[in-house]
Design a protein around this ligand. Structure first.
Ligand code: ATP
Length: 171
């Protein structure tokens, strides 16, 4: 995100975040497994207190997750590839005969950057630039709503430029 030009469009964070309005809601994780990490290509995952509350706890990078799971598989007794990875102190209920969970609270970023859904995009872009963010989470009343990556912003800027060049110049 270069500093060349100001972002002078009236869009809000909710207009840029993923998932889009028509897509299923973003479900933050409270637990995950190796297979689930490997089944997506996302660079990171928001972690929430529980599936019901969707209150944000932190953010975990895909890369750190895969390295830590691999390490635990080799070194930690009882950890198998089906082990559930958990991030919160309390253990989510699990099948009685299932493997014990793998606790990886330590690799979580406990204060990921967040904006609310109504934060104007010019402010959000400014934050991305000044703090060199790669992604930022979007919340509404403390509940996780979405995620904005640097690429999402670049795509949004390109879209505005194609659709409506005048409104960028004169807005
Ligand atoms: P790329 O992987 O092509 O570099 P990117 O830099 O936007 O893309 P990704 O993390 O792969 O980073 O995100 C791809 C898309 O998925 C983005 O539009 C982003 O908003 C969305 N996204 C990122 N993480 C998640 C997630 N955990 N759950 C749902 N959507 C996500």
């Amino acid at each position: 995100l270069e500093h060349k030009e100001e972002f002078e469009h009236s869009s809000l964070a909710v207009d840029v975040m993923r998932p889009r309005r028509s897509d299923p809601a973003l479900a933050g994780l409270y637990c995950i497994s190796q297979a689930l990490v490997e089944s997506t290509r996302y660079s990171g995952f928001p972690v929430v207190v529980s599936q019901e509350s969707q209150r944000l706890v932190g953010f975990v990078l895909r890369r750190d997750l895969l390295i830590s799971i691999e390490n635990a598989l080799q070194r930690q007794e009882g950890v198998v590839s089906a082990s559930r990875v958990v991030f919160t102190e309390h253990t989510p209920s699990q099948a009685p005969d299932g493997p014990p969970p793998l606790r990886l609270r330590g690799i979580m970023d406990l204060s990921p950057f967040t904006v609310t859904d109504h934060t104007p995009m010019d402010i959000t872009v400014d934050i991305f630039r000044k703090l060199g963010l790669r992604q930022c989470l979007v919340t509404h009343n403390g509940r996780l709503l979405g995620i904005i990556t640097k690429k999402d912003i670049l795509k949004h800027m390109a879209q505005i430029a194609n659709r409506d060049p005048d409104s960028i110049l004169f807005n």
